[in-house]
Write a protein that binds this ligand. Structure first.
Ligand code: SF4
Ligand code: SF4
Length: 238
């Protein structure tokens, strides 16, 4: 069973024409939980968030805070990405492959606190889309962390190329200083480090629930994303 390169290109062209910003291919292999190792390949979808909405997080209030527009955007983009991973899954199953769409936003108690079945950013980094920042967010050189990700795991052999991540954050500490929950440690990501080396998801979650309850039930914040210099273009107010 081999999906031909033209067929892959057609799939990718369709996704790009529908608004997906980037598509990546990787083989997460051993980084997958045991139960998913029979689906060793991954397709990563990147959706670029609206700059107008993300910029409001740092322009509409002092100190910065999330907005209702961001909460709505976050939910709409997750639903959009989930519709695209469903479509890819259907296309792969039609040609006899097995495929599993990983929800864009996930928190699955069985996998541990604040964890999903598989981290999208692991597949995105392996696909060469780029690095994990000090904020523990995936960071693209073009869009910064202003993206949402989704993944399809499959047994279909995909055209995977080995790439090295970019150097990353360097001396920047903007997200560390801006986080109102002091949840970001400031340590740089290194291969094999744990999420808790970079960031405390409980401190982040508790702050959001406490401080932003009136904005989308305290489910979003986004300050660390909005302040990152990568992907941040000149603001209208500057
Ligand atoms: S989402 Fe907000 S509270 Fe959570 S780490 Fe980022 S800046 Fe801190
Ligand atoms: S704000 Fe700076 S330290 Fe944080 S993720 Fe972006 S580049 Fe890295």
């Amino acid at each position: 069973m081999q999906l031909s390169i033209p067929a892959i290109q057609e799939l990718e062209q369709h996704l790009l024409s529908e608004g997906i910003a980037q598509v990546g291919y990787s083989k997460p292999g051993d980084t997958l939980p045991e139960r998913y190792r029979r689906l060793p390949y991954a397709i990563t979808l990147v959706y670029k968030l609206s700059d107008a909405i993300v910029d409001e997080i740092i322009t509409q209030a002092d100190p910065p805070r999330p907005t209702f527009s961001y909460f709505q955007h976050y939910r709409a983009v997750n639903a959009f990405l989930d519709s695209k991973t469903l479509w890819i899954t259907a296309m792969l199953e039609r040609i006899g492959a097995r495929a599993l769409p990983v929800a864009a936003s996930q928190s699955v108690k069985d996998m541990g606190p604040y964890r999903g079945i598989f981290p999208h950013k692991t597949a995105a980094v392996l696909a060469g889309l780029d690095w994990i920042g000090k904020s523990a967010l995936f960071v693209s050189p073009q869009f910064g962390p202003r993206v949402r990700l989704a993944t399809v795991l499959t047994d279909y052999p995909l055209p995977v190329s080995k790439t090295e991540p970019l150097p990353g954050c360097g001396a920047c500490m903007r997200c560390v200083k801006a986080c109102p929950a002091s949840a970001i440690t400031g340590k740089p990501y290194t291969p094999g480090c744990s999420r808790s080396d970079l960031f405390d998801p409980q401190a982040c979650s508790e702050h959001m629930k406490r401080a932003y309850q009136q904005i989308g039930r305290g489910a979003v914040c986004g300050i660390c994303m909005a302040v990152c210099p990568f992907g941040r273009h000149r603001l209208e107010s500057e």
